[in-house]
Design a protein around this ligand. Structure first.
Ligand code: ADP
Ligand code: MG
Length: 384
């Protein structure tokens, strides 16, 4: 039987490793994005939901300025002295949790007296389901409680993003952290990244399930394509003389095309049209109009494949083969360059769609994707 990752598991392993009981266990979920990709850092619209896979953080307090962190399935117990004069160098996976410690200390002015941290997670890493936000938000909500810092859920989300941007060095937006902090059962989170307005949108999925097809192609957001897409968006903002790409509407696309090189224009076109698709998707989910949702997902995927160029042949295959087997909607999800695609599938058809997708991958010479369904779930919380 597979290992059950939960708060009790994290508490038990904490005790075994450090020899005393944690003061508490907190957790935060990963997320799947229904629609709205690479729009968050362009002050646009996104519609993710928190998934029923979480990262648990069991935490104990120390008094010597030292922070020790271990994570189930990750190598070693990383130890860093926050009491020393200079800021410690944070590297590898521990930059995520320790980066949050550093950023929250800066934000709240609270000195780091020291912690022992034990992490356990069933969010797959590098799969486009934001294991990074899950780990950041679990640690951040814990420190906010332990320090009685009084930060709002939005503040905690932004602190997680700041740790990822400045300590890990990945120039990602804040969609993932907002989904992880504000997730609600049966609902998606409609976030306007300009006004920072957050609204839970009941999904009414009924007999439909969200199937994740993780290609297991790993990405890195600190290097490569993600960063270069972000740069292209920033350069378009400069050339167009706007403050963000949100200021560019669809009826300005012609004028935009004349001012930008061909490739940069396609990047902008993706972002501008994706914002419209998110708004339409909120309406379509409200009306339970799965045909419209299917069309919006298809247009979003095509835009990411052809204009933003962040899909991969394996992601395209996951989308195409799931649709051919009866999914009503499918698209790649997350930052791209690998990771996962999602499909909306009638519950009764899930097994046959999974089989068809696996067979299509084998026939194309790929390793079959890891497939599982996810359920919209509660955001970050204290468990014990
Ligand atoms: P994603 O967020 O899509 O899963 P990222 O590249 O943004 O992918 O983040 C994945 C990285 O986050 C991992 O390679 C690891 O460094 C770190 N990470 C995520 N979850 C954990 C965990 N439970 N324990 C330790 N490190 C983790
Ligand atoms: Mg991530």
């Amino acid at each position: 039987m597979a290992l059950t990752i939960d708060a009790a598991f994290a508490a038990r392993n904490f005790e075994e490793l450090y020899g005393y009981s944690p003061v508490g266990v907190w957790s935060a979920p990963g997320r799947a994005n229904l629609i709205g990709e690479h729009t968050d850092y362009n002050a646009g619209l996104v519609l993710p939901f928190a998934i029923n896979r979480r990262t648990f953080a069991a935490i104990g307090q120390r008094t010597d300025g030292t922070v020790r962190v271990a994570s189930e399935g990750f190598h070693g117990v990383i130890e860093v002295d926050f009491g020393a004069q200079s800021t410690p160098t944070l590297e590898g996976w521990s930059a995520y949790p320790l980066g949050v410690v550093q950023v929250l200390s800066e934000l709240t002015g609270h000195a780091v007296e020291g912690f022992d941290i034990y992490l356990a997670s069933d969010v797959p890493t590098g799969a486009g389901l934001s294991s990074s936000a899950a780990i950041e938000c679990a640690v951040a909500i814990a420190l906010n409680d332990i320090w009685d810092a009084g930060l709002s859920r939005s503040d905690i989300a932004l602190a997680g993003q700041r740790a990822e941007n400045t300590v890990v060095g990945a120039p990602t937006g804040f969609m993932d952290q907002f989904a992880s902090m504000f997730g609600e059962p049966d609902s998606a989170i409609f976030l306007d990244c300009r006004s920072m307005d957050v609204r839970a949108v009941p999904l009414g999925l009924g007999d439909f399930e969200v199937l994740v097809m993780d290609t297991q192609e790993k990405h890195s957001h600190a290097t490569g394509g993600y960063a270069s897409r972000r740069k292209a968006c920033d350069s378009a903002v400069d050339v167009m003389g706007v403050s963000t790409l949100r200021d560019i509407t669809t009826d300005m696309l012609n004028e935009t095309q004349q001012k930008l090189d061909e490739e940069t224009f396609r990047r902008v076109k993706h972002v501008v049209t994706e914002n419209v698709r998110v708004e339409n998707a909120v309406a379509a989910f409200g009306a339970r109009d799965f045909e419209a949702i299917g069309e919006l997902f298809a247009a979003s995927h095509a835009s990411m494949r052809d204009d933003f160029e962040i899909s991969t042949p394996a992601l395209d295959l996951a989308v195409e083969s799931s649709l051919a087997a009866g999914a009503v909607a499918a698209r790649m999800t997350g930052g791209g360059f690998g990771g996962a695609a999602i499909a909306l599938v009638a519950s009764a058809q899930v097994p046959e769609v999974m089989t068809a997708v696996a067979e299509a991958f084998t026939a194309a010479g790929y390793q079959p994707p890891l497939q599982f369904t996810v359920v919209p779930s509660q955001g970050a919380r204290r468990d014990i």
